[in-house]
Structures are given as C-alpha cells and as structure tokens.
Design a protein around this ligand. Sequence first.
Ligand SMILES: Cc1ncc(COP(=O)(O)O)c(C=O)c1O
Length: 436
Amino acid sequence: MKPVLTVAVSETLHGKLIEKALPIKGVTVIHQAQTPQEPDESRVPSSFSTTQPLRLESLLVHPPGDGDPAFGDVVVPVHLTTTFEQLSCGQPLRYDYARGGNPTRQVLEDQIAALEGVRYGYAFGSGMAAVTAVLGLFSPGDQILIPNNVYGGTYRVLERYFKRFGLIYHIIDFTDLAAVEAALRSGGGGVKALLFESPTNPLLTVVDIAQLAHLAHDSGALAIVDNTFMTPCLQRPLKLGADIVLHSATKYLGGHSDVLAGLTAVVDPALAKKLHFLQYSTGAVLSPLDSFLLLRGIKTLSLRLERASASAAQLAFWLDRQPQVCRVFYPGLPNHPGYDLQTRQAAGYGALVSFEVIPDIEAQQLARHLHLIKLAESLGAVESLLCHPATMTHASVPPALRAHMGISDQLLRLSVGIEHPADLQADLAQALQSVG
Ligand SMILES: Cc1ncc(COP(=O)(O)O)c(C=O)c1O
C-alpha cells in the first residue's frame, strides 16, 4: 500500500511549502486544514464538520482526530517531542513547541470539547491547574461567588492564593437562588462569575445549573461549572447555559487512579482564546503520556459509570436501612432534597454516596475496619475508596467553616467502584458490625 502522509497546512500558504519541503518518494501528501494554536473556527475537529455526529459512547472510544494515516495506529500515538521542526523561519507545520500544543494532547482537548458539545477544550496538569487557569481570567477587584460546600482545594486557592492578587470571593448558599440573586445585585456589577459544582463535594447537594447560569448572565457574570462528579456522560452544563466547564480528570475521566489531570471546555471563542493564552503562558499543560493515559481511560467511561452508579444506588438504599447510619446523602434517594432537580438536569445520580454514622461510632474507626474498600482521598476510579472529609479532603477548611458547610466528623464519603456490589456491601456490613 502506498504510504500516505497527512499534513496540517493552510492550502494557500503552507501547502506549497510542504510539497517543496517533503518530496518523499512514493508518499502521497494529503493536506488537511491547519489547526492553528490560537483558537478559531478551524479548531473544529474535521470529523465534526464532515460526518454525522457520533453518539457519546462512540465518541468516548473514537475521539475526533484519532487514528494515524501514516501507520494505521488504532490508538492515538504518544508524541514526546518538545519541539517541532519548522518548514522555514516562523513557519511551523502545525505545532512549534509542546507547551503551546502537542498532537496527543490536541486529540484529548478536541475530545473533551466534543463530549461537552462545544468547540474548545484545554488539558492541564491537574484539576487544580484547570481551576487556577480559569480563575486567572479575572482581575484584581473582580468578585466571584462560590457555594458554601465548594471543593476544598478551590476554596484554598481562592483564600490563600488569589486573594493576595485582589480577587474577592463570597460564599453563598447556591440552593437559595434568591440569595444568589441578591449577592449578584449587591456586588454592583463587580461579580464576574459563579463557580460551582453539582452535586457538591462531599454532601452531594444539587443546585440548579440552568437557573444559576441565567442569574449570572442577567448580571453580566459567567457561570463556571466543575463537572467532575458527573462527567459529560451524566451532565452537560454547557448545554444548560454555563459558559465554562471544568473537570478534575484525575477522577472519573481517567478512572484508574493513575493520572492527575484537568480539563476545561468553553463555548465562547474569545473566552477560549484567553484560556488558551493562560494555558500556554503559565504552562501547566498535561504531558503527552498523561494525555494518552487519559484518552485510554475515557474510552470506558460510560461502562464504568453505568456499573458504579448501579452499585452506588444499591449501597445507598442499603446504608439508609443500617442502624449504625443516621443519614445518607445520595441524590438518587427519593427523599434527597435534590432528587427531582437531579432527575431533571442530569442523566443519572452518579457513584458517590456520603453518609453519617451515629454519634456512638467514631467514623475514623469504621474506616480502619474496611478490607476491600480502601481508605484514600480521590474518587471516580475502578476501585472503591472511602474518605473522611473532615480530616482528609476538607482538612484545610477551618473547623468553623467546615461546620457551617455541614461537614461533620461523623461524615464519610464513599466512591463506589466497579467491584461486585455484593462484595462492597459485605465489606461495609462487617465494618459496621465491628464498630457498632
Ligand atoms: C470537584 C473537584 N474539583 C477539583 C478537584 C481538583 O482536582 P485535582 O486533584 O485533579 O487537582 C477535585 C479533587 O478532588 C474535585 O473533587
């Protein structure tokens, strides 16, 4: 078969240069529209404009731009090069330096954009790097509203880093839309964004994404949603009106506790351009190997979520009946205050279950009696993990604020993996019996 070289060129300018620069005998050169490093319309993955859009499950397995016409790879190759040979001075083929762009990372970035149903996606070295880049869009004096049970790391970066640069944040109860509206109004136009999760970590409080986006827009503010807990398989905040979505891809998207990563997807080209500049200029980009691992993890996302969510539902109903458990937080329980909203705005209830043990039991002791379920921070992986938020994920939140957020010392958060649910239930049962 005649080898084929696919090159990304602008037909008018670089096309001629390519033919001159690469006169490889017997190689057919196919020109593809250039994807420049600045976001613009041509950033749309070619498979989008030319073929029928894929269903989500297929898109997980086949990201736009995967495959390799030169060798026929069926998985995305890992491009480790940090720099790229140029055709002539200042005329790169497509990429010039890996901080600005990398072919492996590009496939991932196009994939998260496609999964969230928009054009622009960016990959970062961690979820917090993504949060930091997004917060870098704002200026001294700007105000941000966050909910009272925002992810602890987001609170920490606002309090101990961005505050020094004049970014002001206010903590509001996002389940109270009137309170959010009042805070937007009292900000006198200074509130530039709402940054929130739904469901929240670790209490799984559900907030109304569409309504919050609407309120934000009415005041000229942006709605930024951390979609880590739901993933694009279960919730599409940009379709509900949000402007920016971000993920700790370390969690469900990666899915195997072996890659630390953050992803963002953006609707507006001007905002995308600013975010790309922040990614490029601050340099917290995802490495090619981690991009590869993430692309691999994403392929099985819907299958993993399906299994883990079904087990989580089973365990939540079971935990709710145990005498040693006084409260279960799971948006799939009909008595959960956010049940109806979650049913409306998402395609499932997720695979996280938080619960409080009765005052006679020390929550940390229960954690010590588990065998199959590991005591560890993080969530969203194939293995089930238990966390004690007060001493782990939310340890950096001052105790008074933690209490205000509703995170008691009795609270445990279970991230349900893909083990057999009967084994998970048996492990929890023996631990509850040991302590209670
Ligand atoms: C909801 C949420 N957002 C952001 C982050 C930060 O992500 P990372 O740990 O990948 O930096 C986490 C981490 O647990 C999280 O749970």
